[in-house]
Design a binder for this molecule. Sequence first.
Ligand SMILES: Nc1ncnc2c1ncn2[C@@H]1O[C@H](COP(=O)(O)OP(=O)(O)OP(=O)(O)O)[C@@H](O)[C@H]1O
Ligand SMILES: [Mg+2]
Length: 102
Amino acid sequence: MSTLLQVQNLTKTYHDGVTEFVAIRQVDLSLQAGAFAALSGPSGCGKTTLLNIIGCIEVPDGGAVSFEGETVPFDKMTVLDKFRRENVELVFQEFNLGSDGL
Ligand SMILES: Nc1ncnc2c1ncn2[C@@H]1O[C@H](COP(=O)(O)OP(=O)(O)OP(=O)(O)O)[C@@H](O)[C@H]1O
Ligand SMILES: [Mg+2]
């Protein structure tokens, strides 16, 4: 099997103006095409942050993500939008789209 997803040295820190929150630090992982993976860990350990970055809806402070050898262009927002549309599917835990009370 070939490598579908490669995550290298991924880091993300949030700031609230006073305090820094290191959400993920130097994360490495790789997934083979066709693999099924589950990410688990205690609340606040950075699962959502990591998945949002892999899903190309958040930008890391450092490190890299690649799909089939193509590096995700986190430094170019318009290219990132196109890359996400063409490569990633996300199903959110919360239903975020508006509705008419349905
Ligand atoms: N937008 C944000 N601003 C500031 N801190 C944030 C933000 N998003 C996440 N964090 C912090 O980053 C850390 C990781 O959060 P994250 O939501 O990725 O964890 P999680 O593993 O998904 O948690 P849970 O299991 O509760 O969903 C936590 O300390 C959280 O408080
Ligand atoms: Mg979460």
